[in-house]
Design a binder for this molecule. Sequence first.
Ligand SMILES: Nc1ncnc2c1ncn2[C@@H]1O[C@H](COP(=O)(O)OP(=O)(O)OP(=O)(O)O)[C@@H](O)[C@H]1O
Length: 620
Amino acid sequence: MQHAIGAALQPAQHDVIRHSHERSATFGLFETMRPDYAVLSGAELAVKLGESRALFAHALPVMETLYAQIANTHSMIALTDASGLILHSLGDDDFLARAEKVALRAGALWSEAHQGTNAIGTTIAERTAVTVHGDQHYLRANHFLSCSSVPILDPNGNLSGVLDVTGDRRGYHQHTMALVKMSGQMIENRLIASAFGDGLRIRFHSRPEFIGTLMEGLAVFDLDGRLLCANRSAQFQLGLELGRLRSQTLEALFGERVDALIACAGEAPCRLELHSGVVVFASVEFHARPASNVAHPSTAIAVREQAGSSLADLCTGDAQMNDIVARVRKVIGKNIAILIGGETGAGKEMLARAIHSDSPRRAGPFVAVNCASLPETLIESELFGYAQGAFTGASKRGATGKIMQANGGTLFLDEIGDMPLAMQSRLLRVLQERVVEPLGAARAVPVDFTLVCASNRKLRECVAQGTFREDLYYRINGLSVTLPPLAERTDLREVVGKMLRQERFAGRIVGIDDDVLALFARHPWPGNFRQLSNVLRTASAMLDDHDTRIGVEHLPHDFLDEFGERVQIDDVSLPAGGARLVEIEASAVAAALKAHGGNVSATARALGISRTTLYRKLRV
Ligand SMILES: Nc1ncnc2c1ncn2[C@@H]1O[C@H](COP(=O)(O)OP(=O)(O)OP(=O)(O)O)[C@@H](O)[C@H]1O
């Protein structure tokens, strides 16, 4: 039977369809037969999802982004594994219902052997992007469809799965394939980033504005300069396929040594000359494993590792912090849940992020959920997600919960002590069985993440009071650390210096007067780092263009008031004859302060000077 093939079809595409039809016939299929409508059971599909865990985790957010662009076009997106088994689908309700009738749904197999010529199966057979339009489908039952698929390759260049957009053939849009290709490229880049979290990553393009876009080349090297992986754009720009690139070194391809490029890490893109003579701009990232895991690092590299590590960044000289970081490092990557305690603003989330970025899952997502800020009615759907139409008011296409979003990365549950008891039971099940069951969904989905929790409540007391489940407490408490309050830290000068350098509140790096640091050292800091950061931000805003340091006069008045309220003067007497003028002045000022009960504003008013001048004179 002759199938009409679109007149505008490229000859190559024409051949692809023709060969596919020939193959379909050899599978014993015939045009008018009913397609294979069998789908896997929930348990069988869960096993398949587990086998394609990395693909699924990295494809999910990309599919959601893609769906946002094609919503309401009577179409759907499908992700399959390398055999063509649909792992997950997402789409417009009306079209999903029609698609289900031809088993275009999770758990169905869309290989050529099962469905004849179709974009998914033919993409797998040809290892190339394929559009199959209307009656190009081998089976007549599928003629109402128009499908565009791309192969997704793993970082070793092997077929990992297929991403497909299928819609009603009457609504076919020629831009669809471009969107699918871009999405496929995004998934591949994410797979590379997660598989090669450690090492030297070079993002490059001949036009610097293309760095950070899908057009960029991405190549990963080990510390000996051997190429580990390269995305499609990198292979194209370097003019070699992955297999041949793998026998090349960094120096041969980019003309630079490993240590020279590590020195550019985190800087603006540098100019490099490829082995072909083409000049490219390259942005270099260096992510090192903890020193003990690195095979033979040179001294220079070992030093950079410490400097580049986020946990190392938190060690600014305080013994308590050093101890916390040392203990956390011992459990990282060992599937042990970490529980962080500490006052508000003490840096619990910052520590959680540092743990993630120093962990083997650093290329995966970091998903933070504040359990205290979610209304009890929303927390369940927010955390666990829900299936389409799970409840009145639910989004039509369902939602992926935060737990699922953290798949392959780190889930940070802040203020876990505020989680309602019913949710605690559901969370416990996720932690024990490593599966999530979205609200209203027929089946559980496997998940894999590192758990970090934080609470400024004493969870042990919550257990005693019956507001926190004891079994959950032990699950989340693999290692427990408590951050010291800022007032107890011995590295205030270093912390302030680091904040001023990193945050550049004033738009430039400024210094700070010792007077101010002396004030800071005496402050109780109820808001800890958050408060310190606000004080520095406001003080920086007070600087004039020519100011290079923050002085007492720049500090926010409410901060000074807070401080002034606590000034205690026990005994003040004027010095005996012979005292220097400054000493007499200091004593007079102190006496005035005492007379005003330590109130700085009232004292300053009485002396006719500003409060900041008063502080200078007090030399606190
Ligand atoms: N060691 C640090 N160095 C510099 N800034 C820090 C440090 N720790 C925390 N901060 C900053 O202080 C602010 C508060 O930190 P973070 O959100 O991590 O605290 P938290 O303990 O999680 O607070 P909460 O309990 O209120 O959620 C953030 O802006 C963070 O960047």
